[in-house]
Design a protein around this ligand. Structure first.
Ligand SMILES: CC(C)(COP(=O)(O)OP(=O)(O)OC[C@H]1O[C@@H](n2cnc3c(N)ncnc32)[C@H](O)[C@@H]1OP(=O)(O)O)[C@@H](O)C(=O)NCCC(=O)NCCS
Length: 230
């Protein structure tokens, strides 16, 4: 990743932008000035509707913001803005994750954030994609969000298509890892050439004998997906 320049990112993005057309929206690479608006989108989509965070009743905090910043710093995330209002409609957060990356969960103060990170730690060991594929880094689809008033019009699918195309143009690292905690995002992953390598049923994931994610409604598991970029 260290050898991917901002120019590489821009070139790959321009190719993807040229390939995709959809009514009412425009694909963009977000600038830092957009970050506060991106945080608003995350609050409106993830804290309220994403099954894991909704179940934990996660609240916005500096620790939550830092998790999202770990993705935004890679400068690989994509947004769709409304053509008329220029406001963000949705986001495909993307980052590069390295084998050497480590978050010390014991330092996290917010119990809900801790539970979420412990679950991600557990899933990242079952299986460990670095070992499974003999790699030291991979792209990671970190979060997919579409504002409630724009949902069920194919925007989530367009954002996924944009992400796959964009990383395909960059090519390195050669794998994308992603996870889907909602039935809707699973439907989206299943439209593309991802291989499902894990399925974590919420009622089976227990800590100290207690189910961590309850009240997830119709969303019963998180699936882990991997794609090899040819
Ligand atoms: C997941 C999310 C990004 C989907 O966005 P979207 O723009 O509605 O996605 P699409 O319109 O491309 O829909 C994808 C599929 O899911 C279905 N779907 C989406 N929302 C649905 C709903 N509320 N009820 C039933 N089906 C739904 C669509 O009908 C479509 O199915 P199809 O492929 O059979 O036509 C959006 O619901 C969201 O932001 N959720 C909150 C955050 C979240 O949970 N993100 C994913 C976590 S991994």
């Amino acid at each position: 990743m260290d050898d991917i320049t901002e120019q590489d990112i821009f070139k790959a993005f321009k190719k993807t932008q040229g390939e995709l057309s959809f009514p009412g929206g425009k694909l963009e690479l977000p600038t830092e000035e957009r970050f506060p608006e991106i945080f608003d989108v995350i609050k409106k989509c993830f804290l309220t509707d994403e099954p894991l965070e909704k179940s934990l009743q996660l609240e916005w905090s500096s620790e939550v913001e830092e998790i999202w910043m770990s993705a935004l710093r890679s400068k690989l995330s994509l947004i769709i803005v409304d053509e008329n209002t220029k406001k963000i409609i949705g986001m495909r957060a993307i980052r590069v994750t390295k084998k050497s990356d480590h978050t010390d969960v014991s330092l996290i103060k917010d119990e809900s954030v801790k539970k979420l990170l412990e679950f991600f730690e557990y899933t990242s060991e079952h299986p460990n994609v670095f070992e499974k594929y003999g790699i030291t880094e991979h792209f990671e689809f970190f979060g997919l969000a579409v504002l409630p008033e724009y949902r069920q019009r194919g925007m989530g699918t367009v954002l996924m298509q944009a992400g796959v195309s964009f990383l395909g143009h960059l090519k390195r690292p050669s794998y994308i890892k992603g996870s889907a905690s909602s039935n809707f995002s699973k439907k989206i992953y299943d439209k593309f050439d991802f291989e499902a390598i894990g399925d974590y049923v919420f009622e089976d994931y227990k800590v100290d004998g207690k189910v961590v994610f309850d009240n997830t409604g119709e969303h019963k598991s998180m699936k882990l997906y991997v794609m090899f970029l040819q």
